[in-house]
Design a protein around this ligand. Sequence first.
Ligand code: SF4
Length: 284
Amino acid sequence: MISPRQELREITAALRRSLAAERADGLVVLTGLPPARQPPVSPPSAPEAPAASAVSTPPPPVPEPRAVPEPPTAPAEVAAPAAPVFQPQVRALDQPSDALAPFGDLVGRVAACRSCTLCDGRTATVFGEGSPHADLVFCGEAPGYEEDRSGRPFVGAAGVLLTSMIENGLRMRREDVFILNTLKCRPPRNRAPSPVEAAACRPFLEEQLSVLRPRVIVALGNSAVRSLLGEAGGITRLRGTVVDALGAKVVPTFHPAYLLRNPAAKRDAWEDLKLVMRLLAEPR
Ligand code: SF4
């Protein structure tokens, strides 16, 4: 009769063999078990005839390997999210790629300009866009954050409003007017341009207007009014008037960014747009 101690020893030995088989198949890895006691290795000796009992005892059955769930595989490499890509809120213009051709080398000279310190912080110069044959020009102050990133004028929230003023107010397409700024580089933190910066960039604006030769220029906000008209007076005093300057009729009105902050002023801006329409309707 087998003693309990012997029975435990045999169970342990069978378990070790089973684990050894699974380990060999790479199915299981266990730690913490004491190493199996190896039988003492005796020096090789002449083979003996096997004892009858050794032949007749079958090895204990090796249990079928258990189905082991696949180890979790590393997740497929996912590309790190790209830096946020700038999404213009104003649709791309449907205009020919050579729309700026009439400006000749002026486009390249603006892009390479280092006449004032604003060149140090810019991502891109913002020359302007639209039809070089436009009767109507919108002139803003300077590029903002999104304009600096995209190289296009008025593409942020203020640009959306300006586009609405053009398309829903004036019933014109954005690509049929020309939109530019008095400065071609973004001032830090969107501060107002200094007189030195405005003076440095002014020749580019004059060259652009000499090519465009618009009938009407809408000056958007105080800085644009001062740059175009040299007026120290605020937009509140000048809006609603028409000033002959730079070979065109200049209509001062509020900057769209101001209208976003002060929606009540949109009524006055609408009056200014109606004035623009009357001027455009006049015979040449
Ligand atoms: S703001 Fe005008 S003058 Fe100054 S670096 Fe830019 S393009 Fe040149």
